[in-house]
Design a protein around this ligand. Sequence first.
Ligand SMILES: [Zn+2]
Length: 183
Amino acid sequence: MAGVSSNYLKKRLLKLQVGFLLSEGPGNSKKVPMNLPRRIQVDNDLFLESLAGNLVLTRTKEGILMQGALGLTQARECDRCLEAFNHTFDLRIAELFASPPDANISAFAVDSNGEIDLAPLLREEALIEESYRSFCRADCRGLSAETGVNLNYERETGADPLMQIEGAAAIDPRLAVLKQLLE
Ligand SMILES: [Zn+2]
């Protein structure tokens, strides 16, 4: 059986070899399809659930210009009902990876192995995306201000309030106290 550590893809897969492009003249480009359909580690504390799209890498005088669009999926907690869900978002990329590295031209650079690493770019974009509120669905009804019950379930099940508290308590131990009071 595979260990826990292999339940996700390593961020090594986010490195693209561009040495061949660097040795070509400015204007040469290559299309790079990306398809990582499994959970992948982007940083110590950051994972994406999937990543797919197309990138075009173009040799310029300053380095490698990366252009394209990626569809990303990230595990989030709904900002209304606090349930876990997969948030998908699109990322348009137009970023220069300088070669040789030059902070005045770009924060990103081709490394000494002739590779560009998507991870720092994805991390930056994921953190920006996380700063926006997101919901498990557009019409998420959130939590009851009085009982803390997830109102999405109330509509779906039509259960009486005590039953809902019971169901919610199975998920959230904080509600166990409330359940006791009602009993
Ligand atoms: Zn929600």
